[in-house]
Design a binder for this molecule. Structure first.
Ligand SMILES: [Fe+2]
Ligand SMILES: [Fe+2]
Length: 189
């Protein structure tokens, strides 16, 4: 027996990409994967800029480490695409783009030294939180879709992002914030 399709939202001004029947979650998964692929690649270019502007040795080494972790995460996303028999494709991630633009502004305005380091940590943690949300979603989608191998790979990255976030908190709380507070003026303007 045929069932009538229920959801037809007509009259919308914005056209929404059609999804395959019964495959909406898979489409969403692909969209999220393309988004995070763009984000990770953008981060491999943005982290070196943060490293250049940072002062604290601890922050520099944490960023350097996360840069190589991020390069590996790009490859891991490519692996997930391959497992799905797709060629890797990136779609501009407006969220990360915005966070990185904000970060650049902070780096321009904050005084060199600990105030700027505190700003870099703030921007980097916003990035990590975005990534944690994205990979958390990707893992949940993959599990629901029965893509266990993909979910496992994505969970590895999720853990790395959580570790990076915790490390940044530790650096901020152990030294940078305190020293930034004792700098006369935090902003150059
Ligand atoms: Fe990442
Ligand atoms: Fe990250």
């Amino acid at each position: 027996m045929k069932t009538k399709s229920r959801s037809s939202s007509r009259g919308q001004s914005k056209r929404i990409e059609p999804m395959h029947d019964g495959n909406g979650l898979h489409e969403l998964f692909e969209m999220e994967l393309k988004d995070i692929y763009w984000a990770e690649k953008a981060l491999t270019k943005a982290i070196p800029k943060m490293i250049k502007k940072a002062t604290s040795e601890e922050l520099i080494s944490a960023l350097e480490e996360h840069l190589s972790v991020t390069e590996n995460q790009v490859r891991r996303v490519e692996q997930v695409f391959e497992m799905m028999k797709m060629s890797p494709k990136a779609k501009k991630c407006e969220g990360i783009d915005g966070i990185l633009k904000e970060g650049e502004e902070i780096m321009k305005e904050a005084e060199a030294g600990m105030p700027r380091d505190a700003g870099i940590i703030a921007a980097a943690q916003k990035v990590e939180h975005y990534e944690i949300a994205s990979y958390g979603t990707l893992c949940a989608f993959a599990k629901t879709l029965g893509m266990d191998k993909e979910a496992e790979l994505l969970a590895e990255t999720l853990n790395e992002e959580k570790e990076a976030d915790a490390k940044l908190s530790e650096i901020a709380e152990s030294s940078v914030n305190e020293e930034a507070m004792h700098t006369e003026s935090g902003m150059t303007t």
